[in-house]
Design a protein around this ligand. Structure first.
Ligand code: T46
Length: 135
């Protein structure tokens, strides 16, 4: 059940015909928040990682619209790893979840669909502060 504080991979609609594939997402049963912002990560050099923080309020859906990468999540107790390599899979990340993105393949693009506008005050950029707040 979305919104219960769990991260999960969701399968998005895929409309295929002779011209190729189309995938979409809209707020509703498949996406439990109103979209306020989108950003994307690209041209990530080999061996680099992104993230290394958590959010007080922000929820998001990450999609590998090209290539692949791994998302490592920590909920304050357990770590989980999620490999994204299809543009019809989205990883839903609830609030209060530490994330690190790594192993970007060459040419990969990570699209993030987000519930809040950008606000630096929403970030935990220290893991120990995050752990203290999440427990
Ligand atoms: C997340 C992971 C997956 C903005 O000005 N507006 C924005 O919307 C964003 C996302 C960032 N910025 C600025 C803040 C920093 O000065 O861009 C710079 C780089 O941001 P950051 O170091 O936070 O980038 P990542 O890739 O480590 O993290 C981002 C998101 O910030 C974060 O929410 O979950 O991607």
């Amino acid at each position: 059940m979305f919104g219960a504080g769990r991260a999960e991979i969701i399968t998005l609609p895929r409309i295929s015909d002779a011209r190729g594939n189309l995938t979409f997402v809209e707020t509703g049963p498949r996406l439990p928040f109103d979209l306020r912002r989108a950003y994307w990560l690209y041209d990530v050099p080999g061996g680099e990682s992104r993230g290394g923080h958590a959010h007080r309020h922000m929820e998001q859906l990450l999609v590998a619209v090209s290539g692949s990468f791994t998302v490592v999540l920590h909920d304050g107790v357990r770590e989980s790893k999620h490999f994204l390599n299809r543009s019809y899979y989205g990883l839903y990340i609830p609030r209060m979840m530490w994330r690190r993105l790594e192993d970007f393949s060459s040419g990969s693009v990570c699209l993030a669909l987000v519930s809040t506008v950008y606000e630096e005050a929403d970030y935990f950029r220290s893991f120990s502060e995050f752990l203290a707040a999440v427990q």
